[in-house]
Design a protein around this ligand. Sequence first.
Ligand code: ARG
Length: 463
Amino acid sequence: MAKNKNNKAIWKNRIKKNTSSFFQKVGGSLDIDKRLFKQDIMGSIAHVEMLFKQKIISFKIKNKIIYGLGKIEKEISKNKFEYNLKYEDIHMNIEKRLFEIIGEEAGYIHTARSRNDQVITDLKIWMRSSNKEILNHLNKIIKTTLRIAEKNIKTIMPGFTHLKNAQPISFAHYLMAYVEMFTRDKKRFNDNIESLNESPLGVLALAGTSFNIDREYTAKKLGFKKPTNNSIDTVSDRDFVLDYLYSCSVCSMHISRIAEELIIWNSDAFDLIKLSDKVVTGSSIMPQKKNPDILEFLRGKTGTFYGNLFSMLSLLKGLPLSYFKDLQDDKENVFSSNDNLINCLKLLDEILNNLSPNKKRMLELADTGFITATDLADYLVKNHSISFREAYEKTSLIVNFAERKKIKLEDLNISDLKKIFPELTSDVLNVFNLENSVKSKRSYGGTSFDNIKKMILKYKKKL
Ligand code: ARG
């Protein structure tokens, strides 16, 4: 920037010595909040339009400021803007440059405004778009998942509890569980947009102002529903940052659970899914390896999201009202969570598009571990008028018997079964069939093929 009297800190008359240059280097936020330049300029334009409307500044000055801001926006977009660390942050860098472009009349821009309301106005506008972008990525993943689910309604696999075979299920039903998780994430991000709808602009440093400003006007111009109610709370509040960081953390936790699951299923021991070469990496020593690195990356990243959330929670704990420099760190956490979450969502979508179920192995594994034992117990309750607990006991005796004989439940013959439960008839053998078992889970939310079809359709309509 050219050397002129504006090439000094704005508090030069009051603070006679230059601030520690080391602090200027490490304590500013310019490298982080550069990303807010568009929102900052948008906010400034709305602000000066309001100042003019309220007869606080003249038509000429308003136009000059808007002209200068437009020029600055172009310079920054084209990478032609010269940043100066001395001016701490993007807000002061823009103001300083405005002086260079339009001269002393730039001094009117900060009438009835403080950086304290300016910075959260910018951040809130930025976060509105971030929430929307995340929602788009979530929709994309849901769409991909629905497409795979649709193709796999009749793909039977073991459902696990404690990672032990529990009951047979459809692979599509499993995938639809992910759709539920991501739909809840969508609700959180949508709620965030809702809670970002109050405009901070016009609360100034903390007390409001004696200028006759119109906060409703700037709120509407900047896409907010209304102005915030209390000037002190407004400059102190970062609850919206916590909500956002929490939503990112939960979403990432969902991604990590899916990632962990797919790592297990992709292992040589389970071998339930195959990942295409596009989404695996090799080993530097073992030539045969195809490793699920992306999934491990996704699982690991969760730590970053929790870190950002806890960093912000710790920063806010015990912090008195209203503005303190501590708060400056909010943006670093928000940007980190935004960038990482978008990367993770894109990667997960790639994984889903490059994964195929090993249907044969899924069926084989589902056919072990006496997985239809619960179906037998249910059968006994329905057909032999006994309580579930009694049916459970009889079934465990039958399982013990099959285990001793080293055979599957479906390989038992009716005479063996009658030794334990004499009233049994041969139609009981149907309950051991895996497909019958899956089909029979018709209760709302259960794994029957019909249920899954309906659920997929319901979600497809929503998209
Ligand atoms: N860079 C600061 C931040 O991001 C701007 C607010 C500065 N306000 C102040 N009173 N120092 O928090």
